[in-house]
Design a binder for this molecule. Structure first.
Ligand code: FUC
Length: 804
């Protein structure tokens, strides 16, 4: 029985109060990461010790803290530090073959079509360098280097403890050595735009060490005026000089002395030392001018400002800033043991019990921590490793992959109440409109703008160098979903007005790109790959390119629908909008195959790898919503069948994505099964594409190698277990796993500008409160009960009508 109660004027005054009783939200360990072990000189191999180090970041600068007692290593990153340069990768010869490829595909001549596509529908130049782009114009994100704090000791130590407090964003290290207690704290301050290290000891004058900074190549370090300066120029990938960078390390001493020794600093007998580490590059995200000529002056100014403040003040300002975001959301799950087990032990224990609810809550908040640390206002978005990378040639260039990866990074942004972080992605998207317009014209003689499955900081929007993965023409449609989603959650009309031209222009591209299928008369996309899956074509050839892959139609449908909704909200009427309105219904809907699965391609092709990690044709289930548990049950059933056939294995991000798929099918237990797979403790190893995803010692997600999207995807997936709002209602606890009997969550966000607090016991909702941030109507559903509310901005509403 459906229970519908309409609340008209009833509301409670005030807003939700977040009396946070945060559980012990720390990653903690009783052993350090060994800084004496050298990194493996291979971008695709991870380093065991580096994956024990703990990450801090402020969106601009990131650091991995080893916590080694005798010689500390802080591996550093600057978000903008890339090799490469702006390049023209658009292929003017592509268009001449486009029609012929379409004709061949419509005629079922896959072999010929594939050959011609491989030859013509690719970028000009070296593209991503086959994922090794450090020496081609595409470039790659690289390590900034390592700061070494060498105590020159061999003495043993005891009572060792290190942790990462993810609510306050502070890493600390403690140990006793030679009768003295030593303590370090490290944080990346967003207000100060600096990395701050604080060293202290229980005895006066106990701190003596040498400071050094270096990187594997392209650096000069000088010690001058009691500071370390490291400078260098990157490879532009075209035989010349690229981006310039500069790092300044400024020690501030209480007691003791400081001396220069070659290109190192020697600190002796200090009682307390603060290190202020600042960095900058001459990069700016501003097409077509990517150079910031005043970066050195800006760097000096912010260094002087940070150095002028006492440690306690810098710490206070950082904690106030960082924790204000982290504390917006809390999650408590039943059998929380309050941090009794060290994080590595907790991970191991979960392997046996598959029920460490404390780990789930910690992993969820850690995902929020990582997003906040790698995506702050004014910086670039989180890349394949967030902001943490220790190589020159990083895996897949540590770029922005747009055929699932960077999108996944931002899936938790809105629902877990970190909406501001999302703006970094939307700014990157905005910056791609101009190069993407050129790509649309050059490659396809089409209007609007388009991008393909990879981009970098240099505005790369051309297809990749091989069509099997590089001809993902749906990428810009998928990326544009993020522009709409930010509005859907925030109702920020000024923002929507700003991004509307980008949305509309992205949609305009597809108006030109879609062609009429000669048999069905529908508008289909192609030639295109369904990322990154291959099939056996009817002519027996192995193929990836076809006309009408379902993924493209789903993302284009989503873009068209969002653009139309945006035009309605803003009262915009024009010819393009009318064209989109008439085109949207001509795009084929997701279809069900003879074996009951949701079809990935227009025809029932046999897959080359049936358990392929990409499940792109379920976009419509998540993060899209064209396939709905309630409104299109047959399609939802078909999506379930597809998932069953794909299996429960996969790389890290693939497992994470499947968590969300199962939540949208209201199967919390299956979602939890995938989450447990993702939390499988793994050690470092080379690249293995299937069935080997998991979690490293420091809770970084293993693709493998380390790739951060899985952390973010699973964080979003946990939120989707508890709250969904993609239909025209908000649903509470839609996919609660049976074992998560008791719990409480506060501060999750729903579309429409709402925030929810919920408590449940024995698997049943016992308390729920809604905060309306923007006013307006909403429907809230729990099980079979449903209520409608007319809300006023700033008010909270108890949802007692939903409780049985
Ligand atoms: C896509 C995926 C890979 C990897 C890479 C960064 O190409 O297929 O698994 O995540 O992006």
């Amino acid at each position: 029985m459906k229970k519908t109660i309409v609340f008209g004027i009833f509301f409670l005054m005030g807003t939700i109060t977040f009396a946070q009783q945060q559980q012990n939200l720390k990653l903690w360990y009783t052993t350090p990461a060994d800084a004496s072990v050298k990194d493996v000189d291979d971008g695709w191999k991870n380093d065991e010790e580096w994956l024990k180090a703990l990450p801090v970041g402020n969106g601009f600068i990131g650091a991995m803290i080893f916590g080694d007692a005798n010689k500390e290593r802080l591996q550093l990153n600057d978000k903008t530090l890339w090799s490469g340069s702006v390049a023209d990768n658009d292929n003017p010869d592509a268009f001449a073959s486009l029609q012929e490829i379409r004709n061949l595909l419509f005629a079922g001549k896959y072999k010929e079509a594939t050959a011609l596509t491989n030859k013509t529908q690719v970028c000009k130049g070296a593209g991503s360098g086959n994922g090794n782009g450090s020496t081609v114009p595409f470039g790659c994100f690289q390590t900034l280097g390592d700061l070494w704090i060498d105590f020159g000791k061999k003495a043993t130590y005891k009572n060792y403890y290190r942790d990462l407090d993810i609510i306050n964003g502070i890493a600390s290290v403690k140990y006793d050595q030679e009768g003295i207690q030593f303590k370090r704290e490290v944080f990346a301050s967003y207000p100060a735009k600096a990395l701050i290290v604080h060293l202290s000891a229980s005895k006066a004058k106990a701190l003596s060490f040498t400071l050094d900074i270096n990187r594997p190549e392209r650096f000069t370090t000088v010690a001058q005026q009691n500071k370390l300066l490291m400078t260098g120029t990157m490879n532009n990938g075209a035989g010349g000089e690229g981006m310039k960078y500069k790092v300044i390390v400024t020690p501030v001493l209480k007691g003791g002395s400081i001396q220069t020794s070659g290109n190192k600093l020697v600190i002796k007998d200090a009682t307390e030392v603060m290190l202020v580490i600042t960095s900058a590059t001459n990069y700016r995200l501003h097409y077509p001018d990517y150079t910031n000529n005043s970066y050195e002056t800006e760097l000096e100014q912010l260094t002087a400002a940070a150095v002028s403040k006492p440690y306690a003040m810098l710490r206070r300002e950082h904690v106030a800033d960082f924790s204000s975001y982290m504390k917006r959301v809390s999650l408590e799950l039943g059998n929380n043991k309050n941090g009794a087990l060290a994080t590595d032990a907790l991970l191991q224990k979960n392997k046996q019990t598959q029920d460490e609810q404390e780990l789930y809550a910690l992993y969820f908040q850690y995902g929020r921590y990582l997003l906040l640390s790698s995506s702050r206002q004014g910086s670039l978005p989180a890349n394949l490793q967030g902001i943490w990378a220790n190589k020159i040639q990083t895996p897949w260039n540590c770029d922005y992959h747009t055929d699932v990866n960077v999108q996944m990074n931002y899936w938790p942004a809105e629902v877990t109440n970190l909406s501001e972080t999302h703006l970094q992605l939307t700014e990157l998207i905005a910056s791609l409109q101009a190069p993407g317009t050129k790509t649309a014209q050059t490659q396809y003689h089409a209007g609007g703008w388009v991008m393909h499955p990879i981009t970098n900081v240099w505005g790369f929007t051309a297809p990749g160098e091989h069509p099997s993965w590089g001809l993902h023409v749906g990428a810009s449609a998928w990326m544009n979903q993020h522009l709409w989603e930010h509005y859907a959650f925030t109702k920020d009309q000024a923002y929507l007005k700003k991004v509307f031209p980008i949305l509309q222009s992205a949609a305009a591209f597809y108006l030109d790109w879609l062609v009429k299928d000669p048999v069905s008369g529908k508008l289909v996309s192609g030639p295109a790959a369904s990322p990154e899956n291959n099939f056996i074509a009817p002519d027996g050839s192995q193929a990836s390119i076809s006309m009408g892959p379902s993924h493209d139609h789903q993302v284009i449908h989503d873009l068209f629908a969002n653009t139309l909704d945006a035009a309605d909200v803003l009262g915009i009427k024009n010819e393009t909008i009318e064209k989109i309105r008439s085109a949207i219904d001509q795009i084929p809907d997701p279809a069900i195959g003879s074996d009951g699965r949701l079809m990935e391609w227009a025809k029932e092709f046999k897959e080359v790898e049936p358990q392929h990690r990409h499940v792109s044709h379920l976009f419509a289930l998540y993060p899209g919503h064209q396939v709905s548990y309630y409104k299109t049950p047959a399609l939802a059933q078909a999506a379930r069948k597809s998932l069953e056939l794909r299996g429960d294995g996969g790389t890290g991000w693939s497992l994470a994505m499947k968590v969300s798929f199962w939540t949208r099918l209201h199967d919390g237990d299956h979602a939890l099964k995938l989450l447990n797979r993702l939390l499988n403790p793994v050690h470092s190893s080379g690249v293995e594409m299937t069935n080997s995803g998991g979690t490293y010692n420091n809770l970084f997600c293993a693709h493998p190698p380390f790739q951060i999207d899985g952390n973010f995807g699973a964080t979003a997936g946990i939120a989707e277990m508890l709250l969904q709002s993609h239909e025209d209602f908000i649903e509470l606890l839609p996919a609660l796993p049976a074992s998560w009997k008791d719990g409480e969550v506060k501060g999750l966000c729903a579309r429409g500008g709402f925030e929810l607090n919920m408590k449940w016991k024995d698997g049943k909702l016992t308390d729920a409160v809604l905060l309306s941030k923007k006013g307006g109507d909403c429907k809230v559903k729990y099980g079979n009960a449903e209520i409608s509310l007319q809300t006023v901005a700033g008010k909270t509403y108890p949802l007692s009508g939903l409780l049985k």
